[in-house]
Write a protein of this length. Structure first.
Ligand code: HEM
Ligand SMILES: *[C@@H]1O[C@H](CO)[C@@H](O)[C@H](O)[C@H]1NC(C)=O
Ligand SMILES: *[C@@H]1O[C@H](CO)[C@@H](O)[C@H](O)[C@H]1NC(C)=O
Ligand SMILES: *[C@@H]1O[C@H](CO)[C@@H](O)[C@H](O)[C@H]1NC(C)=O
Ligand SMILES: *[C@@H]1O[C@H](CO)[C@@H](O)[C@H](O)[C@H]1NC(C)=O
Length: 437
């Protein structure tokens, strides 16, 4: 009982002293709201919020409301100089780009800017209690907000009505504004940030609650959605964006070409080892990808879904490859596993190459990267297809020259395990280069 009472009192004290509610949906993006004590008391007045996130994002937004339509949206993006952010108040009209709202009384405050690959906007809003489309009770324990951000190239505009493209991550959330109430600072978020070095600057503003309000806050309302700092996320994105393309564009096609082009005994094991090693690299890239997708809430994007499907689909390859090999050893010919292995492998690897493009679309800062990838990937893929067609034509020619389509017999001289056209036994030729397809 006593403990419960104590906890209750503590909770009450916290909410009285609290100065911000913070919500971090992931991807290094965070939103914080402060309702100054006077505003909380009389239900209207200035409120403060902070929007922060990696500067690798195209834009970040926070809105009052439960859906885009009728919401009071505040979007930030890099300005033309790239050193500060442009604060763009917008009114949501539906599920389309919200248009600039000229009636919003918002001010970008000190402490805003872009540095250390983070963009931060400290904002004061003087008319956020109501707007064309809705209103907000600043004492609501479950006030409704929406948030969104877009990965991709920086908007780089000083215009509040810059045209931006659709979010890559978004959702709605509720914030307990009772826990955000407190303080009477004209810029609560810089107060926090600089309080260690210059606490005299503004923490002295008196509130009814306490003089120590500057370091009390509500953290229970903050959401644990995202782990990892933006720097972590960016590093993992970088590693993922190197490993996965190297595997799909370079190593898988090379491993496929190896078995087509090389002819020596045991080439099958070079192929098998090469492909399985590449698959392990893909698993590592997938692990990173899943982490990134969870942290930045992008598991529901095409790139993430296709990526997961591909990695599962590729599991069939070692199985079908091994089955082909064992049956081939017994019969010396194409078997039930041969064509599934060849064509499933080609299809899934190709899908993986394409999916790399989707990934770049999700996160590339420049279209240059996408173009470079498209060119490199196409060259590699075309080369692979040329090798396939070339080897196919060659094997067919050989077969036609011999003009014999007899039953394939196991050929002990065959140095590789590629399938071949049935060749004349009487010709007595090793037909290791004659492919079945
Ligand atoms: C993740 C693992 C693997 C992948 C992605 C993969 C992929 C492929 C692909 C795409 C081809 C067709 C090559 C072409 O484009 O012409 C191929 C051929 C082949 N693979 Fe694999 N492979 C894998 C593992 C294995 C394993 C473990 C074995 C055997 C132990 C194996 C044995 C073969 C053989 C013998 C062929 C030639 C089939 C023929 O032409 O008759 N593969 N593989
Ligand atoms: C809100 O309350 C403060 C003091 O608590 C007062 O100074 C201010 O005038 C009030 N504002 C309005 C709009 O009532
Ligand atoms: C960004 O703009 C705001 C508002 O003009 C200003 O207070 C802040 O100091 C600027 N930040 C930087 C880094 O220039
Ligand atoms: C909100 O309060 C917490 C706890 O004091 C603090 O760590 C955090 O920096 C504050 N958020 C902002 C944006 O100032
Ligand atoms: C404020 O912060 C200081 C130093 O971090 C700490 O010693 C003190 O207990 C804090 N006060 C409250 C009320 O949390």
């Amino acid at each position: 009982m006593y403990i419960l009472k104590f906890l209750g009192a503590l909770a009450l004290a916290t909410s009285v002293l609290a100065q911000n509610v913070t919500y971090c949906p992931g991807g290094g993006v965070c939103y914080a709201v402060n309702i100054p004590a006077p505003t909380a008391e009389n239900g209207s007045g200035d409120i403060y919020f902070q929007i922060s996130g990696p500067s690798t994002l195209s834009w970040i937004a926070l809105g009052q409301g439960s859906q885009m339509k009728g919401s009071n949206i505040f979007m930030i993006y890099a300005d033309a100089a790239g050193t500060n952010v442009t604060l763009s108040p917008r009114l949501g009209t539906g599920n389309s780009q919200p248009s600039a709202d000229t009636t919003a009384e918002v001010t970008l405050l000190d402490g805003s800017g872009i540095s250390n690959s983070m963009m931060v906007a400290n904002v004061r809003c003087s008319n956020c209690a109501s707007w064309s489309g809705g209103s907000m009770d600043f004492t609501d324990t479950a006030s409704e907000w929406i948030w969104a951000y877009k990965t991709g190239s920086a908007a780089s505009s000083d215009s509040v009505s810059a045209s931006v493209s659709q979010h890559t991550a978004y959702d709605s959330t509720t914030l307990n504004l009772q826990n955000a109430a407190g303080g009477d600072s004209s810029n609560p978020f810089t107060t926090k940030v600089t309080s260690t070095s210059s606490s005299s600057s503004s923490s002295s503003s008196s509130t009814s609650s306490s003089s120590s309000s500057s370091n009390s806050s509500d953290t229970s309302a903050s959401d644990g959605g995202g782990g990892g700092t933006p720097a972590d996320v960016n590093m993992v994105i970088m590693a993922h964006a190197v490993l996965a393309p190297v595997a799909f564009v370079l190593l898988f096609p090379m491993g496929a070409m190896i078995i087509r082009l090389l002819s020596f005994k045991g080439v099958v094991w070079l192929h098998a080892g090469w492909m399985v090693t590449t698959y392990v690299i893909v698993l590592a890239a997938l692990g990173m990808g899943v982490w990134i997708a969870v942290v930045t809430q992008q598991l529901d994007t095409y790139h993430s879904i296709i990526g997961l499907v591909i990695v599962v689909a590729l599991l069939a390859q070692p199985v079908s490859g091994m089955t082909h090999h064992l049956l081939y050893k017994r019969t010396g010919g194409a078997n039930i596993a041969t064509y599934p292995h060849i064509w499933w492998g080609r299809a899934i690897v190709t899908l993986g190459i394409i999916n790399g493009g989707f990934g770049l679309q999700l996160s590339a800062n420049t279209t240059k990267g996408e173009v470079a990838y498209a060119i490199f990937a196409s060259v590699m893929w075309v080369l692979w297809m040329v090798v396939i067609v070339f080897c196919f034509a060659k094997s067919r020619r050989t077969a036609e020259e011999k003009a014999i389509y007899t039953v394939e017999m196991r050929n002990e001289n065959s140095s590789t395990e590629r399938m071949r056209y049935p060749a004349s036994i009487s010709a007595g030729q090793p037909h290791s280069r004659e492919l079945l397809w």
